[in-house]
Design a protein around this ligand. Structure first.
Ligand code: ATP
Ligand code: MG
Ligand code: FE
Length: 344
């Protein structure tokens, strides 16, 4: 079974081809990505209308690139998968529209995928894929959730952020420090030259006794420091970046360990853009090694949005019998869509 996957939920257009034969983990044949970051940088954030228009320009050339890379023809595609939500409505509609048009033209069924399920399952494409069940730490630009994952579509929420997501905390702090948009990776790079203990920043909800997160107060604390430093900011920026990163990572690691305790699981999977963060990987690896817990990450290139995770999630849902692809091409999208609404 050859699955073509299309991702267009936000500011990345991603297309991929995945091959799934038998019950084994599907194989990634090719993927291609176009990031709109440069286009949105001038505005300090994603402009939805510009995002939609750019997806229109990019998606078919990327599909052709992926087919050429994999040396496959469009008629060989068995299922066309697309991101159905959550995300920007206009951006989602582009991927859904193209996927359904391709499906109709080819006479092949289509399948709408949950973007977060894509992130969640993306570590299955790594060299060291996990096995169910596991605890998942989903840390992206819009979400921060701890989940118990017992199989495809079997997700129980253990805790989540009550305000900002971890990626948002990175991005907003970076913006306050003048590091551009999205500043997460830039802040993390700068942090490597700084002292993580230089500034005392809050660790919100660290001792709350539940598995929820809150990052809005951290952003305010960073703002306070930026104002206090004034002209001295430039000289202390690396220290402030390192201290901010340390605060976010400490909360993520401590809550992940608490989730493992609660679930009794010996396995944790990290997914989403913040999963690329080096300090998070180092600290979580060290803490889990002490407990004999296995940690799985997506490949670095598949931490942020991509088409591979969408093709993969579709293939795994089909393999698990969790969903059937449909030849009804009357698509809709779900800009807001909780992951627990999915059925196994
Ligand atoms: P969602 O999936 O919740 O809809 P999204 O698709 O925007 O949100 P992702 O693409 O998974 O999120 O991840 C993007 C986020 O990851 C951004 O907030 C970005 O700053 C952050 N990020 C990426 N790399 C790093 C890094 N090395 N360190 C910290 N944050 C990072
Ligand atoms: Mg993005
Ligand atoms: Fe995402």
């Amino acid at each position: 079974m050859l699955v073509l996957g299309i991702e267009s939920s936000c500011d990345e257009t991603g297309v991929a081809l995945v091959q799934a034969d038998g019950p084994g983990v599907p194989r990634l044949l090719a993927h291609a990505l176009h990031s709109q970051i440069e286009m949105h940088q001038a505005y300090g954030g994603v402009v939805p209308e510009l995002a939609s228009r750019d997806h229109i320009r990019r998606v078919l050339p990327l599909a052709q690139e992926v087919l050429a890379q994999a040396q496959r023809g469009l008629p060989e595609v068995d299922v066309v998968a697309y991101t159905r939500g959550p995300g920007l409505a206009g951006a989602l509609l582009v991927g859904a529209g193209v996927a359904c048009a391709l499906g109709a033209a080819l006479g092949r069924p289509v399948l709408g995928v949950h973007h977060l399920e894509g992130h969640l399952l993306s570590p299955f494409l790594s060299a060291d894929p996990p096995e169910f069940p596991f605890v998942a730490l989903l840390v992206s630009g819009g979400h921060t959730q701890l989940m118990q994952v017992d199989g495809v579509g079997r997700y129980t929420m253990l805790g989540e952020t009550i305000d900002d997501a971890a990626g948002e905390a990175f991005d907003k702090s970076a913006k306050l420090m003048g590091l551009g948009y999205p500043g997460g990776p830039a802040l993390s790079r700068l942090a490597q030259q700084g002292d993580p203990a230089a500034f005392r920043l809050p660790r919100p909800l660290l001792h709350s006794g539940d598995l929820d997160f809150s990052f809005a107060g951290l952003k305010t604390a960073v703002l306070t420091q930026v104002r206090k430093l004034g002209d001295a900011l430039e000289a202390r920026k690396a220290d402030l970046a390192a201290s901010t990163e340390a605060a976010i990572v400490e909360v993520l690691v401590r809550k992940s360990l608490a989730a493992l305790d609660r679930s009794g699981s010996q396995r944790i999977v990290v997914a989403g853009g913040v999963g690329a963060n080096r300090r998070l990987r180092e600290q979580l690896d060290a803490a889990c090694a002490r407990r004999g817990v296995r940690v799985h990450y997506p490949e670095l290139a598949l931490c942020t949005d991509n088409g591979a995770m969408i093709a993969l999630a579709a293939a795994m849902r089909l393999q698990a019998g969790a969903q059937e692809a449909t030849t009804s091409y009357a698509f809709d999208v779900k800009p807001r869509w909780p992951l627990q609404a999915l059925v196994a």
